[in-house]
Design a binder for this molecule. Structure first.
Ligand code: NAD
Length: 258
């Protein structure tokens, strides 16, 4: 028996990085995983990986800011699989670093659209079905950048901080319907997102000196998607049944130091 047997779990940005790891782990726990991803090729490859391992997965090409298509997909999932138990709002971008002095309104709007507005809209699209089912889980992937800044990722930070605040609001609004809303804030994770301008930020001399050798990350290493995916499975499972509106920080202890 898996922790998520037969639950229909939607994961956005499921084609690589954390979204892929969450999808694989949910499938191992018995879920029917719906992979929502703008890159159809990576989504299809994760679907193959899950099916080859004996799990259930269904991929859809989706840009999460295309709300008409998003709505059609949610309707199709309900028609074919009968329900929506979990939504993991994971898809995000982290554009090349800029500051308020040299970014543009267009940069700001694009990041906020994908990283925050689509979280609202995706949740809005699944919530009525969860109300009908008398329960569900919505899990947001935030970031430690939602409450601390590296100094050059303003719209990303604003979106992640918005998600953390909105987690509380959604938990209060949806609690009466037995819909639990929680968030996870990863620290540094080794994923394609952490490769900036061709350089893996977890391999630079500064990172290795400060975060690893001097233990700014007390656990002394960057995180891997598999270090974070279990927290998401926990929030989706029956082990989490009296916790809502909360943020799990999964950062190797980074935010516990100063
Ligand atoms: N990598 C890190 O260090 C780190 C740290 C903290 C939080 N996070 C968060 O974790 C989550 C996953 O990040 P990751 O590191 O796996 O990133 P990633 O870039 O490796 O993967 C993101 C996935 O989302 C997809 N995506 C992006 N925009 C999309 C859109 N508009 N519609 C549909 N799919 C879209 C991408 O195609 C990609 O498959 C994100 O919310 C990110 O902000 C990452």
């Amino acid at each position: 028996m898996g922790l998520l047997n037969d639950r229909v779990c939607l994961v956005t940005g499921a084609g690589q990085g954390l979204g892929r790891a969450v999808s694989l782990e949910m499938a191992r726990e018995g879920a029917k995983v719906v992979l929502l991803e703008r890159n159809a090729a990576t989504a299809a490859s994760v679907e193959d990986e899950i099916r080859t391992a004996g799990g259930h997965a269904y991929h859809y090409a989706l840009d999460v800011t295309d709300y008409d298509r998003y709505g059609e997909i949610v309707a199709d999932v309900i028609a074919k699989l009968g329900r929506v138990d979990v939504l993991v709002n994971n898809a995000a971008i982290n554009p090349p670093t800029r500051t308020i002095l040299n970014d543009t309104l267009e940069d700001w709007r694009r990041t906020i659209a994908i990283n925050l507005e689509a979280v609202y809209m995706g949740s809005k699209l699944v919530a009525p079905q969860m109300v009908k089912q008398e329960g569900g889980r919505i899990i947001h992937i935030a970031s430690i950048q939602g409450f601390a800044s590296s100094g050059d990722t303003g719209p990303y930070n604003a979106a992640k901080g918005g998600i953390i605040a909105y987690t509380k609001s959604m938990a209060v609004e949806l609690g009466p319907y037995n819909i639990l809303v929680n968030a996870v804030a990863p620290g540094f994770m080794a994923t394609p997102m952490s490769i900036v301008n061709g350089v893996d930020e977890a391999e630079t001399p500064d990172f290795l000196e400060w975060y690893v050798r001097r233990r700014k990350i007390p656990l002394g290493r960057t995180g891997y998607p598999e270090d974070v995916s279990g927290s998401v499975v926990f929030l989706a499972s029956d082990y989490c049944r009296y916790m809502t509106g909360q943020l799990l920080v999964v950062d190797g202890g980074l935010m516990s130091t100063f």
